[in-house]
Design a protein around this ligand. Structure first.
Ligand code: ARG
Length: 645
């Protein structure tokens, strides 16, 4: 195959070298593949930039296999390497130490690859076969104030959804709202009672009222049963027992009331349903407002609450029973996941705990609805993949739901006949700076609305003082806009830049810093590049040249240019691999690295002051490409850069 550098497809140099080294290893040791050896050329960036760009560490591992000394193996690989179109000549001198093979990319090859990347797509190939991917995110509960625990699911889920969209998949966001069941009925019953007593106006009810009603309803429905039992056991006297009995009786009444309300809700009895609907609207209005404030793409249209599955549960359960998937166990209905009943499909792990589908009293559970949701998502929405962005503590639940759905056939994609790829994108908790669950000073849970208000307020102060320092004057509207961008970037980047499976430490000071691995730092990197072009326009440096710099060739000559160029070329590969692993923090790391490479480049290579027009044009292109890569990457994370700051 002839390789022509000018037609070099844009790709990650590492991927390219990997391909070429695999071919060379295959040619040098043709029997390896037949023996079933997985050939890994082990390409890594060279630690000595003055010697090489990359190195292959494969020879050492292969030496034992082929029974030859590593340097000899390296020589055999080298003899078969075809790299002339992309690398500087490779000779015996490229073999170093115990058998590393050093390679240095040709500058024109790097420049050519960069120029073909310089397109609207930024070299990111859209998926040839777009998949339908459901992203389960948010999952708020009715009648409950959103608190800091509700921050991560929309932030992470929205970033995952944007990432899939960016690489060309069809994404369906699903907000699995907890809006059904006995707890909601308890609250509805209480709200109706207070309204009929005249102590609450349903028309003017707020989420705060609902939050209180929810807690009170919980309490009144489960008064001190344990206390009564203890009082009887310890013969605490008729007075105490009578008092407790009266309380429990109240609880029984409230409970009976709630059960009746649940039945009424299930039958969509108009008066009860209207109150529920109101509770739903009040909760969802706040939820959607929070999404807008956070620039999270979740709208009313994405809501698929538990209530939307209510009518599908009984028929689904009948189906599970009739096909012997669900079985009776001491009055309850369960699906055994330990392999003792149904065989566990190959590649799946059995689970000791069965999945509870229906309680002894006939009530359905959280898992029942979730199995029903898998069925709808795969059978009706045709999802090839389902990503559940939910707290790590729900892992057992998720695994039970996925395995049950697979055993029931609900997770089998109607077109491919294969299981949809169901995964729990689990995340850790938000901790305070003391390493304990994040609380207000008085020890209460932090309301999300308050948290956002404080973030934006602090962002505004930070932006203001930065602008003062840099002598930048922003109009009030621009200050407002920039502060929002900075606040959102700070919050999201702090969350996304650590491995999501881990807990993350919430610190306003750290996330809002303009230096270090933070959202504001990356925004500033973008703004800095925008400033270069603004300055060029203002000072007339490009007068007469117009935008001709866009057409000129890119030259990759100075070391800092080359480092930046190699980093930029990795972008498409990073997006693809993060799309597979959902390790969003790797995208963050990458963007931070690019920003760092840009800072060194800008330090070492004059752009507008370059003494040669061709060099200036080339560097402007490099600046522009950097800005687009960073903005594209940030956009994929749900972060937007302002014009100035
Ligand atoms: N409402 C649930 C909770 O608060 C979260 C829902 C997550 N999504 C799901 N499909 N289970 O725990």
């Amino acid at each position: 195959m002839a390789h022509d550098a000018s037609h070099l497809p844009v790709q990650d140099p590492v991927a390219l070298l990997r391909e070429r080294f695999v071919a060379a290893i295959d040619a040098a040791f043709p029997t390896l593949r037949a023996e079933g050896v997985a050939i890994d050329p082990m390409i890594v960036a060279s630690k000595q930039a003055e010697l090489a760009d990359y190195q292959s560490n494969a020879a050492m591992g292969l030496a034992k296999r082929v029974g030859k000394p590593p340097r000899e193996v390296a020589g055999a690989i080298l003899a078969k390497l075809q790299l002339d179109d992309v690398c500087e000549p490779v000779t015996a001198a490229n073999i170093a130490g115990p058998g590393f093979v050093n390679v240095r990319l040709r500058k024109d090859a790097i420049a050519n690859a960069l120029m073909s990347m310089d397109a609207p797509s930024l070299g990111v190939a859209l998926s040839g076969e777009p998949h339908t991917i459901v992203v389960d995110l948010m999952g708020v509960n009715l009648a409950k104030q959103m608190h800091v625990g509700h921050l991560r699911s929309p932030v992470i889920g929205d970033a995952i959804a944007r990432l899939f969209e960016r690489v060309g998949h069809k994404v369906i966001r699903q907000n699995h709202v907890g809006d059904w069941g006995l707890n909601i009925a308890m609250t509805t019953a209480r709200v109706m009672r207070l309204a009929s007593e005249g102590t609450l106006s349903i028309d003017r009810i707020t989420l705060d009222d609902l939050d209180k009603a929810y807690a009170a309803a919980q309490a009144e429905c489960q008064r001190d049963m344990a206390g009564l039992a203890a009082a009887r056991q310890w013969h605490m006297g008729p007075k105490v027992i009578a008092e407790l009995e009266a309380q429990v009786d109240g609880a029984t009444n409230a409970f009976l009331e709630a059960r009746k309300t649940l039945v009424a809700l299930q039958a969509k009895e108009p008066a009860t349903y209207a109150v529920w609907k109101k509770i739903y609207e009040v909760t969802m209005r706040t939820c959607i407002e929070v999404c807008q404030l956070l620039d999270v793409k979740v709208t009313d249209a994405d809501s698929a609450g538990e209530s939307s599955y209510a009518d599908e549960l009984a028929p689904m359960v009948d189906d599970l029973i009739s096909r012997g998937i669900a079985v009776q166990d001491q009055g309850a209905l369960i699906v055994r996941l330990d392999g003792s009943g149904l065989a566990i499909p190959t590649g799946e792990e059995s689970i000791k705990e069965p999945c509870l589908i229906r309680k002894t009293d006939g009530g359905y559970l959280y898992a029942t609805t979730d199995v029903c949701a898998v069925r709808r998502r795969v059978q009706k929405l045709h999802a090839h993949r389902g990503v559940y962005v939910i707290d790590a503590r729900q892992n057992l639940h998720m695994r039970q739901v996925f395995l049950t759905s697979k055993l029931a056939g609900y997770a089998t994609h109607p077109k491919t006949g294969k299981f949809a790829q169901l995964e729990h994108a689990a995340f850790g908790s938000v901790l305070g700076e003391d390493g304990r669950p994040f609380k207000t000073r008085s020890g209460d849970t932090v309301k999300l609305a308050d948290l956002l208000r404080e973030t934006f307020e602090r962002a505004r102060q930070a932006v203001q003082s930065k602008c003062d320092e840099r002598n930048v004057t922003l109009s009030p509207q621009e200050l407002e806009h920039t502060s929002r961008c900075v606040g959102i970037a700070a919050l999201k980047y702090a969350d996304l830049s650590t491995d999501k499976a881990k807990d993350y430490l919430f610190s306003f000071n750290r996330m809002l810093a303009f230096e270090g691995d933070t959202g504001p730092y990356l925004l500033y990197a973008v703004v800095r590049i925008k400033n270069i072009f603004r300055k060029a326009a203002e000072t007339g440096v490009l007068a007469g040249e117009g935008s001709s710099w866009k057409q000129g060739p890119i030259g990759v000559n100075a070391p800092a240019e080359k480092t930046l160029a190699l980093a930029l070329l990795r972008y498409p590969g990073v997006l693809q691999s993060v799309g597979a692993t959902l390790d969003l923090h790797r995208l963050c790391q990458y963007l931070f690295e690019v920003a760092g490479c840009f800072a060194s480049f800008y330090d070492q290579c004059p752009v507008l002051n370059a003494d040669d027009a061709a060099v200036r044009a080339s560097r402007l292109r490099l600046c522009d490409l950097t800005r687009r890569v960073v903005e594209d990457g940030l956009g994929t994370l749900g972060i937007t850069a302002p014009e100035r700051m």
